[in-house]
Design a protein around this ligand. Sequence first.
Ligand SMILES: [Zn+2]
Length: 86
Amino acid sequence: MDMEKDPVCGMDVDEQTAVARMQYQGKTYFFCAWSCKDKFEKAPEEYTNQIDQAEMVRQVGEAELSEVVAEGKWDFEKIGSTHQGD
Ligand SMILES: [Zn+2]
């Protein structure tokens, strides 16, 4: 049994009991609630790896961005915590 992450709220969602699911760019996303699915439907790029690069630059700065991209760390929470050490 796999636990999937709700891309909107970050909750772990059981595939079997997920309230909603949606296919996006060949991947199936699972949601804990319809409200999460609605948000995802309106702006899927905000919740997947298709994050706006300009937004990334604002978050982490130009230099760190290439490092982040290289390491595949498209996670604002992680970036935020590593960035605090400066
Ligand atoms: Zn959710």
